[in-house]
Write a protein that binds this ligand. Structure first.
Ligand code: DC
Length: 217
């Protein structure tokens, strides 16, 4: 019997860093599902597609193998046998991840892999549709968010882009994620809302750990 914790929320809410730290504290495995969409996006990038995805999506997926491995508790993502964990973080891979994630064939392609990862271990899984689609029976569901301005502020620090440009990007990503037809980002009815607009990083981790402990002991 394993415990499954679903954490969903918009881009830039700090989901992955908070979920990773909370998983460490609780001895859970952290599963970053965005990395899977990024790996598929990279495959399409490598196959010469652009974000319009005017190609035979099913044919590309048929020749695609995405795997996740855990090395010292850290998730690595393999695309066609190669570790692409770093390559998937480029801006180009991010854009393609967003484009492929709107395609039903891609979501179906990654669904079982995510469920399988959750079946065998105690996991904290983060994404956009974990509580609503991937793990509808998760033991705890958390919707982690912060205001667009606060998320932009956090992203903006240490970059050479203007705050206004970062904020505009966040607002447009929110709109794309929340308004897509398939598996849109939304709070599951039974998810706990965790708004970290007024929390620092450590406080956000404490909040998530507390929510989880209160529910699964
Ligand atoms: O969380 P991230 O930025 O690494 O996610 C990359 C892209 O994948 C992002 O555009 C949203 C999408 N995604 C998704 O549609 N469903 C998930 N469960 C995780 C990510």
């Amino acid at each position: 019997m394993s415990f499954n914790i679903a954490i969903d929320g918009p881009a830039g809410a700090g989901k992955s860093s908070v979920a990773r730290a909370a998983a460490k504290k609780l001895g859970y495995i952290y599963v970053d599902t965005g990395a899977l969409y990024r790996a598929v996006g990279l495959k399409f990038l490598k196959s010469g597609a652009d974000t319009a995805l005017d190609c035979d999506i099913s044919a590309v997926l048929k020749s695609t193998v995405v795997e996740i491995k855990f090395i010292n508790g850290e998730q690595r993502v393999l695309l066609d046998g190669c570790d692409v964990s770093d390559e998937i973080r480029t801006p180009e891979a991010s854009k393609m991840a967003s484009a492929v994630s709107a395609k039903p064939e891609v979501r179906a392609f990654l669904l079982e892999m995510q469920r399988k990862a959750a079946a065998d271990s105690n996991v904290i899984m983060d994404g956009r549709d974990i509580g609503t689609v991937v793990l509808p029976d998760a033991d705890v569901k958390i919707y982690l968010t912060a205001s667009p301005e606060v998320r932009a502020e956090r992203r903006f620090k240490g970059t050479s882009v203007s705050y206004e440009a970062v904020l505009a990007d966040i607002i447009s990503r929110d709109s794309a994620d929340m308004n897509r037809e398939i598996a849109p980002l939304k709070k599951a009815e039974d998810a706990v809302l965790a708004d970290t607009s007024d929390c620092g990083f450590d406080e956000s981790v404490e909040l998530i750990v507390k929510i989880i402990k209160e529910r699964v002991g």
